[in-house]
Each structure stands twice: as structure tokens, then as C-alpha cells.
Design a protein around this ligand. Sequence first.
Ligand code: DGJ
Length: 732
Amino acid sequence: MFSTMITYFPNSKVFRLDTRTTSYAFFADPNGFLLHLHYGARVSDGDALVALARREQRPSFQPQPAGVPWPFSRDTAPQEISGVNTGDYRVPGLSIRWDDGSLAADLRYVSHEIRPGAPDMGDLPGAFAGDDKDVETLDILARDAARGASFHLLYTVFPATDVIVRSVRIENTTDSPFTIERVASAQLDLRRDGLHLLQLPGAWVRERHAERLPLGGGIHTMRSVRGATGHSMNNAFALLSSDATESQGDAWGFVLCYSGNFRADVDTDPFGSTRAVTGIAPDTFSWKLAPGESFQAPEVFLAYSAEGVGGMSRRFHDFMRGHLIDQKWAKAPRPALVNCWEAAYFNFNAEKILAIARDAASLGAEMIVVDDGWFGRRDNDKVSMGDWFENSAKVGDMADLVRGVHDLGIKFGLWFEPEMIGEDSEIFRAHPDWVMCIPGRDRSIGRYQYLLDFTRPEIVDAVVDTVAGLASRAGIDYLKYDMNRNHTEAFAAALPPERQGEAAHRFILGVYRFHRLLLERCPGLLVEGCSGGGGRFDAGMLRYTPQIWCSDDSDAVERTRIQGGTSIFYPCSTMGAHVSACPNHQVGRITPFETRATVALAGTFGYELDTTKLSDEDRALVPKQIADFHRYHPLTLAGDHYRLSNTWSDNAVDAWMFVAKNRSSGLLSVVRRRAVPNGNDVVLRLRGLDPAARYEVGELGVWSGDTLMGAGIPVPVPCHDAASMRLPIRRA
Ligand code: DGJ
């Protein structure tokens, strides 16, 4: 479809990367500096783009590189990746400690290759080309001017989904070891200031509450050193023009494909430029690279949209569904499940599970998930963490329980927390040395558990063996992969002192290894990610877990913010979302049963309750809600998502839509988060429809697409807290 995605203009050494609607351009200047030219709307120039490089006169406080005529200064040059200690005082993309103790990095262009397809990311998760023959990769080789070490700047262009994937690979092509102290996955120097930042801060049960703030001068940092992406700040963010809205204006999105410690800095300089740098957190990282070795940094996905935040979101959704999530699952219907955590917590046995399963199956549910509490002597969270064999007094033989559930015609799912070990457990008694800790120092404990040392492949392999062994023997269909504490005392017992800076990254490589091996052993398994709800909701995990439990907060009102924020970067089909009991277990709120379904239908749908305890009125609604899930699920799996309210505000009314790619059908969902007494009518301008077609909107009437999008329609959502409506949209 696209003839050329990556064009090299040899006279000027300009590289232009084109997608359907965007262009990204940079060039190698006569001194070999890789200077950024443009990332934004699609442009057609090549050589002429060089004029965009900045060359203003600068005072001597900004020194110029030796041999480079004044007024060039690294401190104001827009660079594809910058080093330290050579005159760029902004946040660097690279920092290398050489064998003489010096800290510097000074990259100069050497050569490049353009190859079809996407690079193999080795031990890391990464985007794949799949069947898309238009995907191409530009591999720029640059060398440190003094030491000759090799740096590959990789750019993979996914033209149809408007995404450019960047990463950096460092090769030690010198004779001595050196230490990487910082390597960004990407750096973007935009010649823009006055931008806004859209970020996803939060906390446990309050994840990813989108926040928008104007950027002043200086550095704004988003990071996690918790050993995982964490609840408190997601590793995806966007820069926006100050006038950007959900539907118009400039939006540049950055999604890091990584699940460990990360750091993203946005550095607004005094000269009208904004630099964004993102990658592994240098705070907890260093990596010793011996001669002949190489280091691959994680990928970061970039998307630009001139159609505001919503346009950027839809690009990421299409991209992740087509090039990140396992294609076996990406667009495959997921089972409507009943998860037993809030239904029973630790208080269950096989009879109770079968009773819930029988009842749930009779209402149309397609899977029952047995959560924490089925293994070892686990009747509370103080014991048996890591003992992945069934508590036979409680659940009997797991294979029998699974068979009993399968006999009801539904699937069976089971909870695990593979990275953990509790002190009161068989696994700890057998392998006390498997705990990640610093010898001679106290070990911090979280939820009565420690981390296993996943930097050691033999420990990962042993846990995979146990988990995969049980999953295959018992015939389970789905695995909930949980992780319930932050890291402390990160240390890799098998590594020498000078390599301890590698522990946190090696740990997360161990997690990825676990997932790869598990899926090799159990290829049919559907794995749902989880980390105390949404503590590790990131693109790295999505490579292995096509859905992730979005939050331990199952309250419908709170969930509109959590899911709305999550949807800014991640496809809605990846968000585990369940109808739970009321009063809600986290916030005590009482919401209508139908509102809980309206909100859960925006993700992968299920129930987080004991169906046998439902009132007759609510029970009667379950088959219809599951039917609605089947009806609308194709839209969440493959359609376009539009947020009709600004997700970064605490709205009284939230509304969103899904529209089929062929614009023939859709779903409009509205939730009144807070009733405003005697407040305004709710008038919604719909989006994504064919302006020339006519649409029936629920039972409200029939209008043309241009009226629905241009004028909007009043939606009579009742004026009560947590009232909601879901309105099917059909081409008339
Ligand atoms: C945290 C998860 O988010 C919950 O859904 C549940 O699985 C508990 N862990 C179990 O300990």
C-alpha cells in the first residue's frame, strides 16, 4: 500500500520516515551529529528540511565541540540522542562510564541500513510486523567519537497505524569494558515550548487518573523505582499543544514497552525547545558491557496525531492490537467470567466454587476463576506464598475440580503469583536462598512475602515448571498472573559487585522469560495480567497478557476515571473490568447494577461477585448483560474508541463511544458520576460516524451522522448519582 516508508536523501543526509498521516525527519550534519528536524504532520520535502535545524548564534556559555565552527552548540541542537559531559546540559539520553572512569558520550553518524520488518528484541517484548509487508526499520549506526563503541538507533515505521517504534542497541566494539549508566529508548527534541503534559499518576485502587498540566521551564520527571511500572505513575505520557482537546490539536504520545523501573523526563529549555527522554530508570540501573557484548534497550512507541488526544489513542489502540498483542488473542472473543476474589476471598472450598460455577453457567457466564487461597495451607495472606500445589482439604484434586467445571460447559481459570515467596511456605523451607535480598541487611516484607530472585534463570525455570505442570495436569484454560508488592533490597546474588546495577533490569527480564516459557509449555492458555489491580499495566506485559485486571477498585464511578485514563494509551479490550457487589468493597458506594455493567462493558467483561447471592432483580439482568457483552465485544476488540468527555477532568458526566471500523454500528455509554441538582441537560456530540449516513441511537430517534456529530443530541440520563445509559447505534 505504501511505496516508501523510509527515505534517505544522500545529498543532505536527511532521513524521512513517513506513516499514513505523519512524518519524522532528522539528518546527519557534516560533523556527524544526528539532528532532529520534524515530527508531526506528513511533509513531502527531503533535502529542504535541513533548513529546520537550528543555527542561532549562542554566547560562549554554550561551548561548541572541538573542530566545529561557532555558533553550533550541543546545548541547543535538537538531537536524536544526546550524551553527557560534552556541552549538552539538558537531560541526556546516554551516559557511559569508560574504563578510565570518565563519563561522556559523543555520538557521530557512521552508516545506516534500511531493512524490511521489525527487529527481534531478544529477551524483551517488542512490536512485530505480523502480516504487514509495509513495516520497515532504519538502523543508524553511530560511534562514540573518542572510543569507537557502536550505538544503533533503531526506528521501525508502522505506516498503517501511524506509529514509529524507537530503541537503542549498544555494542561494545572496543577492547575494554565500559558501563552504561543511562540509555534512553528514545529522545525527542521538539522545537516547541508552551506544551502541556498528559500523564497518568495514581495509587493502588486509584490508578491512571489522567492529569494535564502546562509545562513551564525546567524538568518534569515521571518514574518508578518500585521494580515494576507501579500504581503511582504509568510509563506512557503525551505532549500536547496547549489548544489540544480530545478531538483536535497536536498530541505526541510515548508508550514505553517495558514493565520495570522507568524514568521519563520532559525538559523544557530556555530557547523554545522541549525534550522528552524515556527509558529504563537510570536511578537504579547500570550495565557493564564487556568487549563483544551488546545491550538492547526496550522499545518506545511514538504516535503523533493532529486530531488531538483521541486521535493519538486510536492510533495506539490499532497499533497494539495489530503489532503487540498475541494475534491469537488480539481480536478473539474473551470469555465472560466470574472471578471469585470479591465473591469469597479466602473462604471457599470445591463445593462452593462448583455452586457458584453452576449458577453462573446457568446465567450465561463462560468461565469461573478461582482466585487466591487454593494452594498450600492458604486460608489467609500470611502463609504458603509460592506453594503452587493444591490445598486438597479445600479444593480436592485440582484436576477433579476443573473437570467438574468443564462438565458445566464453562472454562476454568486459576490465580498465581509466580514472582513471590512467603517465609511460612514449603518453597522457603526448601530454598531459603531463593529470596532476593542483600546479604547482611534486613529484608523488607510486603504482604508477608518476599521476591524470588528472578535474576537467576534457574529459579524462573523451576517456577515455570511447577506452574505449567499444574496448569497442564489439571487442564486449566486461563491464568491470572498477580504481583502484590514493590521491590526492596534489589540484589542479584549470582552477579559480582560491579554488576549489581543490573539486578532490577535482569529481574524484569526474568519475568518476561517466565511468560515466554509458560506460553511455550501451555500455548492455549489465556493469561490475564494483574498487580494488585493495575500496578503493572504496560505495553511490555501486554505482549504476553492480552488483558490486565485494570484496578482492584471495582466501583463503577471510580472505574470511569481509571478506565478512561487507561484508554488514553491502551486498547479497551485489554482492560479487565467486572461487575461487583454493592455496597462496593473498596469505597462503599451503591450504584445501579446496570451502571456497573455499562462500565464493565467498556473492557473485557466479567463479574466479581457470588452470583448465588444476587437479588432476583439483579439476577434477571445478568443474561441480558452477558448478551450485551457478546453484542458489543467485537467493537471493543476491533472498533474505534472515542471519549466524549475530557478524561483528564473530574467530570460530572462521562461519556464514550465505540464505533465499528465500517461505521455501521456503535455503542454510546453515558455515566452520571455525580448528580448536579437542577443542572444542565446532557447534550452529546457524537464522533466517528459517517456524516452522510443516518443512525438510530437507541430508542432516542434517527438522525444523520452530521447532525449527531455537528449539533449533538440531548441524552436523557436520569439525574441521579451513578445513573447510566448505554445506547446501541445502528446505521438506519
Ligand atoms: C490482588 C488482585 O488485584 C486481586 O484481584 C486478587 O487477586 C488479590 N490480589 C488476591 O490476593
